[in-house]
Design a binder for this molecule. Structure first.
Ligand code: LMR
Length: 396
C-alpha cells in the first residue's frame, strides 16, 4: 500500500520553527511563523487567559460535546467583537458565528460551504496571499484565481486590484484580508475599501473576509472598520475570525466562521449547512479556547485586562517597525526599507529576494519566509542593530 506514497516537503512556514530550534547559534533570530514574542523571546500566555483558565478549572462541570456551532456564548461575544456591540445584524439575527478549529478551520469550512452550496463559483485571492489560502481552497475543490495586490516593486497596487476585480465573473467569491495583510503588511486605506465595495456590488461578488489579526493593526475597533462597512452595505458576507494571535491562543485552535445573511430565516438555512459540513470535517469543535474567550469577553475586568495586553502587543510591534527602519539608517538603507514602518500587523514584506533570505539564514541565523516575509513580532529592540547589520550585509 504505502510503497507508492512519496515524500513531500514540509510546510514552508511551520518547517522554519523546526530549523530554528535546531540552530545552535546563540545569535539566531526567528522571524518566521506568525507568533508574537516578548522581550525575552517567549510567546506569553496573556494574564487574562490564565485567569480565565483558572476560573474554568474551578467551575467546569462537564466535558461532554459542545454543539455543532460550538459554544453559544463564545459565538455571540465574538460576533459582537467583530461586527460591533450594537450591530443591527445581531439584533435582527442576521449574523451568527460557527466555532471552528482556528482561523484555518473557518477558512476550510467556508471553502467546503462554497463548493457544496454555491457550485461553480471560483474564489479569487490577492497576489500574494497566505500560502495556505492557495492550497486550502484548491483542496476544498474550488477554482482558485488571483487579483494583483502587491507588485514586483513591493508596493500596494490598488489600481491593478480594482481593475482585476472589475472583470471577475459575476457571483464569484473574493477573499479580502480585513487588516494586517498576510504576508505583505500592506493594508487598504478606507477610500480603497469603498472602491472595492462598489466593485463587489457591481459584480455581485461574495466577499470572504479573513480577519486573523484583529487588534494588531490600528486597534481593535479600528481594524474592524472595513468588515463593518461591508456588513452594513451588503446583504451577504462570510467572515473568518481567529483568536490565535489576539488572545495568544495559537495551539488551542480557536476561531469562527461568521455568516451575515439577508434575513434571519436564510441565516438558519446557511447555518444548517455549516453544521452538516463541519460534522464531516471535525464533528464538533474543541471547547477550551472558546470557553476562555467567552469568559474574558463576558467579564468587564478580564476584558479590560485583555484589551490592555493586546494594545501592549500592538504598540510594541509598531515600535519595532520604526526601530528597524532607524537601525537601517546608518547603513544608508532607511529609505529603501521605509515601507516596514508603514505596513501593519505582524508581517512585513521586506522586498528581500529569496537568495538574500537564504543568505540571512545561512550566514546570520536569521529565519524568515523565502518570499521575504519577516515576522516583525518575533523581534526585540535589543536585536535591531544586529538584524540591520545582517540585512545590510546581504544587500551589498
Ligand atoms: C503565519 O502565516 O505564519 C501564521 O498565520 C501561522 C500559520 O499558520 O502559518
Amino acid at each position: 500500500h504505502f510503497a507508492q506514497v512519496a515524500r513531500v516537503p514540509g510546510d514552508p512556514i511551520l518547517s522554519l520553527m523546526e530549523a530554528y530550534r535546531l540552530d545552535t547559534n546563540p545569535a539566531r533570530l526567528d522571524l518566521g511563523v506568525g507568533v508574537y514574542k516578548d522581550a525575552q523571546g517567549l510567546t506569553p500566555i496573556p494574564r487574562a487567559v490564565k485567569l480565565a483558565e483558572q476560573r474554568l478549572h474551578d467551575s467546569e462541570l462537564t466535558k461532554t460535546y459542545v454543539g455543532g456551532h460550538g459554544d453559544a456564548a463564545f459565538g455571540e461575544r465574538l460576533s459582537q467583537l467583530v461586527l460591533g456591540a450594537n450591530s443591527p445584524l445581531l439584533t435582527e439575527q442576521r449574523a451568527d458565528a460557527t466555532q471552528t478549529p482556528g482561523g484555518t478551520g473557518a477558512l476550510r469550512l467556508a471553502g467546503d460551504f462554497i463548493r457544496h452550496c454555491l457550485p461553480g463559483r471560483g474564489i479569487w485571492l490577492s497576489d500574494p496571499t497566505w500560502p495556505i489560502h492557495e492550497t486550502l481552497f484548491a483542496e476544498a475543490g474550488l477554482k482558485v484565481g488571483h487579483y494583483p495586490y502587491v507588485g514586483a516593486d513591493n508596493r500596494l497596487d490598488v489600481e491593478a486590484m480594482i481593475a482585476a476585480l472589475t472583470h471577475l465573473p459575476k457571483g464569484d467569491v473574493v477573499l479580502l484580508h480585513a487588516c494586517c495583510h498576510n504576508p505583505t503588511g500592506f493594508d487598504l486605506a478606507p477610500r480603497d475599501w469603498k472602491r472595492v465595495l462598489e466593485v463587489v456590488k457591481a459584480r455581485e461578488l461574495l466577499p470572504l473576509i479573513d480577519f486573523a489579526y484583529q487588534g494588531f493593526g490600528d486597534g481593535l475597533e479600528e481594524d474592524a472598520w472595513a468588515v463593518r462597512l461591508f456588513a452594513d452595505e451588503l446583504p451577504e458576507l462570510l467572515i473568518t475570525s481567529s483568536c490565535s494571535k489576539n488572545f495568544g491562543l495559537y495551539r488551542e485552535r480557536t476561531g469562527a466562521l461568521i455568516v451575515c445573511a439577508s434575513d434571519a430565516e436564510k441565516l438558519i438555512d446557511v447555518r444548517s449547512q455549516l453544521a452538516s459540513i463541519a460534522r464531516n470535517l471535525w464533528s464538533t469543535p474543541p471547547a477550551h479556547g472558546a470557553a476562555v474567550v467567552a469568559q474574558i469577553l463576558g467579564d468587564e475586568a478580564l476584558k479590560g485586562l485583555w484589551l490592555d495586553e493586546l494594545e501592549g502587543m500592538r504598540l510594541r510591534v509598531a515600535s519595532l517597525r520604526r526601530g528597524l527602519v532607524e537601525a537601517l539608517a546608518p547603513h544608508g538603507l532607511s529609505e529603501r526599507f521605509a515601507h516596514v514602518a508603514e505596513q501593519r500587523g505582524m508581517f512585513s514584506y521586506t522586498g528581500l529576494s529569496p537568495l538574500q533570505v537564504l543568505r540571512l539564514r545561512e550566514e546570520f541565523s536569521v529565519y524568515m519566509v523565502g518570499s521575504g516575509r519577516a515576522n516583525v513580532a518575533g523581534l526585540d529592540a535589543s536585536r535591531l542593530d544586529q538584524l540591520a547589520e545582517a540585512i545590510a550585509r546581504v544587500c551589498l
